[in-house]
Ligand binder design. Structure first.
Ligand code: ATP
Ligand code: MG
Length: 322
């Protein structure tokens, strides 16, 4: 059954990105929490609207899967501001970028320097498996390429589930060859930047970059004292500089090999999703379900603490203003 907007009670803002804002909402009839994403559409931009509606139709056709955020429905409102409202499964530990930033706030660089990592190898292996498994399902069953794998589009809940969302810029493969340049995401693969034929291996590249960011705390390709000078500079670097790599001084041979094989610039040499699903780095951690669930619960706890601290800081700031 589809969810009616009038049955929702808005609870609080979760976050916002380039395209819209995500809020938490209660669906009253069945006491279920959902995530509601609102995308403002510029008036009379029929092209954008058509594009969005096409993408939503694709999302609706995808059957539930353990590694894909469930889609509950979407509406387009014509009255007043034109907006598209998307209702989806709420993931109570949020996205990986949020988890990483909370970790940095709590434990800071000192912890990283001491060699402590929130995203330890077990956790990275579990996350990688989930992303690959979700991508494989989308492609094998629907010929969908995600195209926007990045930390903010990988979500976690305290049940120990990892799911991908926002294949908003993904389209069926058939259309993708003639496809134009979409988005400015920095997780884009070299072949995509150069406008070559784009395959599921583009998502593998993005996964590799994402893992490097999670385990080092910084986006590869730049950072430190060498921040790229704008998006064009960054795109140049992705195409021209050597592949980003993990150093074997700090990580296991399995993980280094896994990540480095994701980040091979030549797409034909890069591992495929199905090859990576059988990689040692994935298989050795297969039995560790309980440990990962435990980690997710810990994350939930930190997020709650972080929210509380920020609430107190806000109130203090308000008082000081008075
Ligand atoms: P971009 O617009 O560049 O894709 P983004 O992915 O951060 O960036 P949104 O997709 O609008 O932007 O999401 C905003 C934030 O809301 C995300 O960073 C994520 O933390 C949170 N979020 C999105 N969907 C959900 C969900 N289903 N459950 C819980 N949190 C979510
Ligand atoms: Mg997103």
């Amino acid at each position: 059954s589809t969810i009616q907007l009038q049955d929702l009670v808005q609870l609080g803002k979760i976050g916002s990105g380039n395209s819209g804002t995500v809020v938490k909402a209660l669906h009253v009839p069945d006491s279920k929490i959902v995530a509601k994403k609102v995308i403002a559409v510029e008036n009379n931009n029929q092209l954008v609207v058509n594009q969005l509606i096409r993408e939503l139709t694709i999302m609706k056709s995808v059957h539930p899967h353990e590694n894909i955020v469930s889609f509950y429905g979407a509406t387009y409102t014509h009255s007043g501001n034109n907006e598209i409202v998307i209702l989806m499964e709420y993931m109570n530990c949020g996205s990986l970028d949020k988890i990483l930033s909370v970790y940095k706030r709590f434990c800071g660089r000192n912890a990283t320097a001491r060699g402590e990592r929130w995203f330890n190898e077990l956790v990275v292996s579990k996350i990688s498996y989930a992303v690959l498994n979700g991508l494989s399902y989308l492609y094998e069953k629907y010929k969908i390429i995600h195209r926007d794998i990045k930390p903010s589009n990988v979500l976690i809940n305290s049940k120990g589930q990892v799911k991908i969302c926002d294949f908003g810029v993904s389209k069926k493969l058939i259309n993708s060859i003639a496809d134009t340049f979409v988005g400015t995401s920095t997780y884009m693969s070299p072949e995509r930047i150069q406008g070559n034929v784009y395959s599921t291996k583009g998502d593998v590249w993005s996964l590799g970059l994402m893992i490097i960011e999670l385990v080092t705390g910084e986006f590869p390709l730049g950072g430190h004292n060498d921040t790229p000078n704008g998006i064009l500079d960054l795109l140049q670097r992705i195409v021209n500089e050597p592949s980003p790599r993990l150093s074997s001084d700090h990580f296991s041979r399995e993980m280094v090999n896994f990540v480095n094989t994701c980040c091979i610039k030549d797409e034909s040499q890069r591992s495929s999703i199905s090859e990576l699903l059988c990689h040692n780095f994935i298989t050795i951690y297969k039995p560790k379900e309980k440990e990962f669930r435990h980690w997710c619960k810990k994350v939930k706890f930190y997020l709650k603490e972080d929210k509380q601290i920020r609430r107190e800081d806000n109130e203090r700031a308000k008082l000081e203003k008075k």
